[in-house]
Design a protein around this ligand. Structure first.
Ligand code: BG6
Length: 494
């Protein structure tokens, strides 16, 4: 379906995200013929570059565009769509920028539709929004105007609220697209389809049949070159407040009345608001665990500890591992524990949701399963995207012994369709004005409301330990005790 002409203005065009994600995604969309016919990109930042230098940096010499994507001719053709504007110092020349925008907009014959993508530190979001507004660029009188903002969206509840207020002074909420790249992942979206298009899952999706829910988000990488940013953020802000709470809201939510953005987002907000906020120190102490990686080995290679990474305070207590146990206070989930962990420097990269069903209430057969006794539904978000169901079958031979068997579906078994990456999908959605996969203001604030007291407790209570764990193991030992009884965490591949 054809998309109307668009001018995409990227602030922070000389930065890492533009080179690593945005331009490679646009190149893929170009290759696939998905970009609108009238289309141009205007990169804006404070580096001294001209159009040619920008094209060279982000397309022709960009190591993040795989060799397999397009030949040299295609790249050159794509590069021609890219332009650059040097905004100079901080008292920048927005009038000049406005002129350049008008010139490009006329040049491509677009009907005045523009997307402003802010890939800059959040502290300057509001300034940019206000300057765009002063130039008349937020007004939708002639064409659509959309503002995409990257994470982190705020540092805590208060700053997120003030950021929302600040942006809403200059743009309508319906023009603001808060990006969370996990929502662009096919398998995250598939959570909705799995739940609400099958009559075999939804009837069981509640406290009557589910014993507990477990979510793991593990990465084998460390903080890399982002030590400076990460040390003031930590795993809870970097991954949990956004990506994981988005996944959790899709697992927890009630069926939306339809597939429209507002219907889905309304249910997600309701889900987030039903998470039981941990406030008393005893619960916070018992149900939250933070850890930090020490030097260790990943895939046979020695890697440094977190405190030795560039940009990290050598005495830092910032968490690179966070595990939480919490409840959801509503009819569907009353008293079903949720266990969620996210971490860097784990043995492997994996994100999965595990639904642990209750055991049958009367056990007739003897179970010799290697696993725990329950049925499990495992939704693999990445890698090996797919769905695994574990169920009991009879061990061949005498008697009635039961062991676990697998029903395993891999996304890759579907037709060899080219699955769009998260940024491709999200950029296209924004061009089409579909905000379903973007976070709404109240959603972001509800997520911070849950996270805020944990962050406060961790930073203010004197007795919160940051447990060390060697790089390449599944986190600190203390986190194993969070899941009671014979269950424990499921460590994929372990
Ligand atoms: C980012 C975090 O949002 O997500 C990074 O800032 C993290 O720290 C990344 O590595 C993980 O994304 P993905 O898509 O590789 O799981």
């Amino acid at each position: 379906n054809a998309i109307d002409g668009q001018l995409l203005v990227i602030f922070g065009a000389s930065g890492d995200l533009t080179e690593r994600k945005l331009i490679p995604s646009l190149m893929n969309l170009f290759q696939g013929g998905h970009l609108p016919e009238s289309f141009a990109v205007l990169g804006v930042s404070r580096s001294d570059m001209d159009d040619e230098a920008f094209r060279k940096k982000v397309v022709l010499d960009n190591p993040h565009i795989p060799e397999t994507v397009g030949n040299h001719g295609h790249r050159k053709e794509f590069a021609k769509l890219l332009h650059y504007y040097d905004l100079g110092s901080y008292e920048e020349d927005y009038a000049g920028l406005n002129e350049r925008i008008a010139e490009l907009d006329n040049g491509i014959g677009s009907p005045g539709n523009m997307i402003f993508y802010l890939s800059v530190p959040p502290r300057i979001y509001e300034t940019i929004a206000s300057r765009l507004h002063d130039q008349g660029l937020s007004s939708e009188e002639s064409g659509t105007r959309r503002l995409i903002v990257e994470k982190p969206f705020g540092y805590d509840l208060e700053s997120a609220r003030s950021l929302n207020k600040g942006l809403q002074r200059y743009f309508q909420e319906s023009q603001i697209y808060r990006i969370d790249h996990y929502l662009g992942k096919e398998t995250v979206q598939n959570l909705l389809v799995t739940r609400f298009s099958n009559s075999i899952f939804e009837p069981l999706w509640n406290r009557n049949y589910i014993r507990h829910v477990e979510i793991t988000n593990a990465e084998s990488v460390g903080v890399g070159k982002r030590g400076g940013y990460y040390d003031s953020a930590g795993a809870l802000r970097d991954m949990f407040q956004n990506h994981l709470l988005q996944i959790i809201s899709l697992v927890v939510m009630e069926p939306p009345i339809g597939p429209e953005a507002e219907a889905i987002r309304n249910e997600k907000v309701k889900a987030l608001k039903s998470l039981r906020i941990m406030r008393d120190p005893e619960t916070l102490y018992a149900h939250t665990i933070r850890g930090q990686y020490l030097a260790g080995e990943i895939d046979g290679e020695a890697v440094p500890g977190y405190r030795e990474e560039a940009g990290v305070d050598p005495d830092s207590t910032t968490e690179t591992y966070a595990a939480l146990k919490f409840y959801v206070d509503n009819w569907r989930w009353a008293e079903v524990p949720f266990y969620v962990r996210t971490a860097k420097r784990m043995p492997t990269k994996v994100t999965e949701v595990v639904i642990h069903f209750k055991s049958p209430h009367h056990q007739i057969f003897r179970d010799i399963g290697m696993d725990s006794k329950d049925n499990k539904l495992i939704i693999r978000i990445q890698p090996n995207e797919g769905i695994l169901i574990k169920f009991g079958v009879k061990v061949p031979g005498q008697g009635f012994q039961v062991e676990r068997a697998n029903l395993d579906f891999y996304y890759s078994d579907l037709a060899d369709q080219n699955i769009m990456t998260a940024y491709e999908r999200l950029l296209l959605d924004a061009m089409q004005g579909d905000a379903t996969l973007y976070a709404r203001a109240d959603e972001v604030e509800a997520a911070w409301e849950f996270v805020d007291p944990i962050l406060k407790y961790w930073s203010e209570a004197g007795d919160v330990v940051t447990y060390g764990y060697s790089a390449g193991v599944w986190g600190p030992k203390n986190a194993d005790d969070l899941i009671e009884g014979a269950y424990g965490w499921r460590n994929p591949g372990a």
